[in-house]
Design a protein around this ligand. Structure first.
Ligand SMILES: NC(=O)c1ccc[n+]([C@@H]2O[C@H](COP(=O)([O-])OP(=O)(O)OC[C@H]3O[C@@H](n4cnc5c(N)ncnc54)[C@H](OP(=O)(O)O)[C@@H]3O)[C@@H](O)[C@H]2O)c1
Length: 302
């Protein structure tokens, strides 16, 4: 039985206990988004959250906005944390994980990383300890409680650690455990996905303007239509093609529009975009020298 099947068949345990302290290292877009979402959900008290960032101005603005301690010198807080959420860029992982380890990290503290492309075995070796590690791939709609996150666990993490991480991300949307082998694909599909959806919505809003609608009205129509269609897919469990057939009247305007989209090869364009993003995701956690070696190898036909 895989670790994920084992997780799926067990009863969920109440894993975020009262009085747990959460540290967030990297208070950028995702760090702030997750802290805000967690505070709004009520899962963890504001008084039990601290953050660290290397940029003093970020510390000041995020500290004021979220009313939590955000410090450049966050090391003294590391021993207080039961969970540490690492939200820096993948390239900063070596420095940040060494800083956390050397700051008196307790052996039982759960480290949750959202770094794209950095595998659990690399996180464990950079950390250089046997702390439980969970790797997650969230996306920005966490800020409105509609995030999509997947999680997997490292070698020293127990099922309960994966459940604790799942609870964190369920506070800001949906969260599903998946095998780590799928992470590059997930990064390309749902991690980068909001950006694709924004581009598509922007294009449809332009289309609305083209056929005579005021821009703001067009954007509202497009965004609510996207939300409604997504809800229908999730709520009915029906195949999108079946839902599409329901609204495609013979000789009507919808089939005319659909055929134009097919003429523009919309399916293969979207699939190729995700395929390309997955290739990049596979290199995000790799040292720059290795990327250039790989790129050189690809140019040489390897
Ligand atoms: N954005 C997304 O949609 C998304 C989705 C899924 C996963 N992710 C992952 O989330 C991670 C963070 O992305 P992001 O967009 O939030 O990046 P970001 O806005 O650049 O935030 C990262 C923050 O970490 C700080 N930092 C860098 N080195 C540090 C250090 N040594 N100690 C403490 N803080 C440090 C950065 O400060 P400086 O600005 O001064 O460098 C910055 O404020 C990335 O690994 C990314 O792969 C992002």
């Amino acid at each position: 039985m895989s670790k994920e099947q084992e997780h799926a068949t067990s009863e969920p345990a109440p894993v975020i206990a009262d009085g747990m302290t959460l540290g967030v290292v990297g208070a950028g877009v995702m760090g702030r988004t997750l802290i805000r979402g967690l505070m709004n959900s009520g899962l963890i008290d504001r008084q039990r959250i601290w953050a660290g960032d290397k940029n003093g101005a970020t510390c000041e603005s995020v500290g004021q906005e979220l009313e939590i301690p955000v410090e450049v010198d966050f090391q003294h807080r590391v021993p207080t944390a039961d969970l540490i959420l690492v939200c820096v860029k993948p390239a900063d992982a070596p420095v940040v994980l060494a800083t956390i380890r050397n700051a008196g990290l307790r052996r039982e503290t759960l480290l949750i990383s959202i770094l794209a492309g950095v595998a659990t075995d690399r996180l464990e070796s950079l950390l250089g300890s046997e702390n439980p590690v969970v790797r997650a791939m969230p996306n920005t709609p966490c800020v409105v409680g509609e995030g999509m996150t997947v999680v997997c666990r490292g070698r020293y993490a127990a099922k309960s650690d994966l459940e604790r991480a799942t609870q964190i991300f369920e506070a800001v949307g949906k969260c599903i455990p998946v095998d780590e082998i799928h992470f590059n694909a997930v990064t390309a599909l749902s991690g980068s996905g909001p950006a694709y959806q924004f581009l598509i919505m922007e294009s449809f809003a332009d289309a609305g303007v083209r056929v005579g609608l005021p821009r703001q009205l067009a954007l509202t129509l497009v965004a609510q239509t996207a939300l409604g269609a997504a809800r229908m897919v999730l709520a009915t469990g029906r195949h999108p093609a079946a839902l599409r057939d329901d609204v495609t009247t013979p000789a009507g305007c919808t089939i005319a529009g659909l055929l134009m989209l097919e003429d523009g090869r919309i399916r293969s364009v979207l699939a190729r975009a995700v395929e390309e993003a997955a290739k990049i995701a596979a290199h995000l956690g790799v040292a720059p020298t290795k990327i250039s070696e790989t790129a050189a190898g690809q140019r040489a036909g390897r």
